[in-house]
Ligand binder design. Structure first.
Ligand code: MTE
Ligand code: MO
Length: 513
């Protein structure tokens, strides 16, 4: 009795370990397959994000309070612990009755697969990683038991007879395979995502809940928030820089009390704000596409500059330099006038994409990007416009370039054909700093008529609008104009983008049939 007990306990532990190992191998294989197909369908991520979505808000808030930016890690970690416990049970069952034990592993993978295909926007391909997890996990467990069965029940005198060595080789080999596949999966994912894998802090000062945009109701209106991958990109580069975040730094020098250099972790540890801000390019023509709305996470610019001390500076310019030495100037007084200027490290809940400045960029609401939004920023030099000139200043562009009040017709498209009846004319308007008060529509040069406005996000954010037009057959002209909250009306005076931004009204022609 005594001897059986002593033998069966290690035996139980061993089989539990087989269950855990088999599941880890299955998960690693699935993660690798997901990395190559649909990263979000990786069982760990699919289950993890479902759990995060389903976590009641109070619990989520508690986790954020308790663990800060590690909250998601803790939630996913808890799920992993439960899964591994169940895998241990599967291992123990398999030792007694093979098929039911293996079915537990298949069942666990099945749940992950189900959650993966139930995620919004999922397709049949999202099932693949879970299938791989089931096949690899169950096969590994079955194989470990076969190898184990062949090992002697009593330890041989030397402790490692040939078949014991089989067990060691099998477990060691599978563990190594799991680590290798897991690492490869991570590498493939970060390679595909452009290596922008960083931990972001939870905003000290978060943005308000984001409202539902008009695009849900009216086809063709620009989405209230630009999807990250569709954000416009304007810069002087042919290829994107690959910045290693671990060695990246941001230096504040020039006319400061004391030059400082911050690492990404230094920045991320400071108080952060989260703000919805619409960026605009000075090169945007009337009606053009170089404008986008995003939720930015960053450190207030004033706090970053305060690290170096600028109380007694005589500078009037922040000269920002990017990883390759490209420079962008920003008027110091504008940047520090109380607006939400920041060094952004996050965009729409994730890190900055490489195209939009990973790992950090400047964002100054109300200024065109070319005098504010330095991407891949590495240095801010406090200096004067007399002493030093930035890239575009040397090319005679304006130095202080506030974004002009603008509006754009998104739908119907210019020169399109639309059947007569009620036609929804819709688009966006922006007047960063003041905010949009009114948008009006003019058909065929007649009186201006008010459009309906979409939800207000912030005064630094664009506003959607629409106008229901009873359209009669024929050729028609549609124009729009915006008014900001100070009562300033968008000008109809035509200006080219050079040197300080385009102006004028957009007027499109449509044919109603
Ligand atoms: N380093 C660097 N930053 C830059 C630029 C650039 O060429 N190089 N272009 C600027 C311009 S002109 C604009 S409009 C914005 C565009 O930002 P986005 O590409 O993220 O939309 O980035 C600004 N920041
Ligand atoms: Mo720009």
């Amino acid at each position: 009795m005594h001897t059986t007990d002593q033998r069966s306990r290690p035996r139980t532990w061993r089989h539990a370990a087989y269950g855990v190992l088999a599941t880890l191998v299955g998960l690693a294989a699935a993660h690798l397959v997901a990395a190559l197909t649909v990263p979000a369908a990786s069982p760990v991520l699919a289950v993890g994000s479902t759990v995060i979505d389903l976590t009641p808000t109070p619990l989520k808030e508690w986790a954020i309070r308790q663990f800060g930016s590690a909250d998601k890690l803790v939630l996913i970690g808890s799920v992993t612990v439960v899964v591994l416990l169940l895998s241990a049970v599967a291992g123990i069952i398999t030792a007694r009755r093979e098929t039911p034990g293996l079915l537990v592993v298949v069942g666990l993978a099945g749940i992950a697969g189900l959650l993966a295909v139930l995620r919004p926007g999922a397709g049949p391909l999202d099932l693949l990683p879970a299938l791989v997890a089931a096949a690899v996990g169950a096969t590994s467990l079955w194989w470990l038991h076969r190898v184990d069965d062949r090992a002697p029940t009593e330890p041989s005198p030397g402790g490692d007879g040939p078949t014991r060595r089989g067990v060691v080789l099998a477990t060691g080999g599978l563990a190594a395979a799991a680590v290798a596949m897991g690492a490869l999966g991570r590498w493939v994912t970060s390679y595909r995502l452009g290596g922008t894998d960083v931990a972001l802090p939870v905003a000290t000062d978060p943005a308000s809940p984001f409202p539902t945009g008009l695009e849900q109701t009216y086809d063709g209106i620009t989405p209230l928030r630009t999807p990250t991958g569709e954000f416009y990109r304007v810069d002087t580069r042919l290829t994107l820089p690959t910045v290693d975040v671990d060695s990246w730094t941001l230096t504040i020098d020039g006319d400061v009390d004391e030059e400082v250099t911050l690492t990404f972790d230094d920045l991320a540890a400071m108080d952060t704000i989260e703000r919805d801000i619409t960026l605009t390019c000075v090169s945007n023509e009337v009606g053009g596409p170089y404008v986008g709305g995003a939720r930015w996470l960053g450190v207030p610019l004033a706090d970053v500059l305060a690290r170096a001390g600028i109380d007694s500076t005589r500078a009037d310019q922040i000269l920002s330099t990017d990883v390759d030495g490209m420079t962008i100037s920003t008027p110091l007084d504008v940047a520090l006038d109380g607006r939400d200027a920041m060094i952004a490290i996050g965009m729409n809940g994730g890190p900055l994409p490489r195209a939009n400045g990973f790992p950090a960029r400047m964002v100054v609401p109300g200024l065109y990007g070319f005098v504010s939004a330095c991407k891949w920023i590495t240095r801010m030099t406090l200096t004067t416009y007399d002493a030093e000139q930035a890239y575009w200043t040397e090319r005679d562009w304006a130095v202080d370039a506030p974004i002009k009040i603008s509006s754009r017709v998104d739908t119907p498209k210019g020169l399109s054909q639309t059947p007569a009846g009620t036609v929804v004319v819709g688009g966006i308007a922006w007047a960063q700093g003041s905010g949009i008060e009114k948008v009006e529509v003019r058909i065929d040069g007649e009186a201006w008529r008010p459009a309906q406005l979409g939800p207000q996000v912030t005064d630094d954010y664009w506003r959607q609008w629409y106008f229901e037009w009873e359209a009669e057959p024929g050729q028609h002209f549609i124009a729009c104009r915006a008014t900001n909250k100070d009562g300033d009306v968008q000008t109809d005076v035509r200006m080219t983008p050079f040197p300080e931004g385009s102006s004028g009204l957009q007027e499109i022609s449509v044919s109603i049939t």
